[in-house]
Design a protein. Sequence first.
Length: 294
Amino acid sequence: MADTADRPQVRYETPAPKVARIVLDRADKRNAQGTVMTYQLDAAMRRACQDDSVSVIIIAAEGDHFSAGHDLSMSEPPAAPEAERVTLWGQYQGPGWEGLYAREREVYLEITERWRNAPKPVIAAVQGSVISGGLMLMWMADIIVAADDARFRDNTGSDMGVPGVEFFNHPFELGVRRAKQFLFTGGWLSAHVAAAAGMVNEVVPRAELQDRALALAEEIARTDRFALKLIKDSINTAQDAMGRGAAMKAAFANHQIGHLQNMLLHGFPIDVTKLPETVRRHLQAALAATKTEG
């Protein structure tokens, strides 16, 4: 979607032999994930996976925060051009809920699952706030290294009337009871609490984050590339055998029910009444403009 972006929102780097680093480069928006970033990230992941010289991938982010979640500005096209789509669902412009369902299924569920199943090991290096949809960008990784200032939150249920993000990995990341508290309250988890729960592998000082992620990537890259692929596939398959895939589909269906409930109550896919005043006014203005154009 190069024609829709003022500048690239993702950088691709090769900081060491056998290592690719993909950097979310939208610091002015706290690396909020819109349509443009999604497909640029997918292209970068595909590039790294198909590069014979790359054994390990790092996902990092520019600026103070890893990701503030989904971009709610409505400033980008809601869908990628047909030629750039990566799943077969289609009908982004379908009537009723069909179009919105199709978009969310590709852009947030299936494309994140695609990254989670990338054959090469992925390390996420995260700092600052990781909110709601930002968790999905982190959870698709195999290993998470967090700065000591990192903090995590999914407030989609507590503030937006939607039961968790589309890639619903919460119980597999945190365990059942902690996942319930996390979602029921919409509260923050610190890096150290997340590490104790098993969601984060390591916590390091902020100044050491990128160096530690790169050192770990180089250590992993010493293992045979094909062996790494087979190890990852075996572990992912074991997790899927525990019911992760079926749970993800059920949670995505509940997510869509939440959107429909909000459409009936508020005329918008999320409950805007609990959002910050500036965000609420912007969304309402954007919605009014869309109706006028229609």
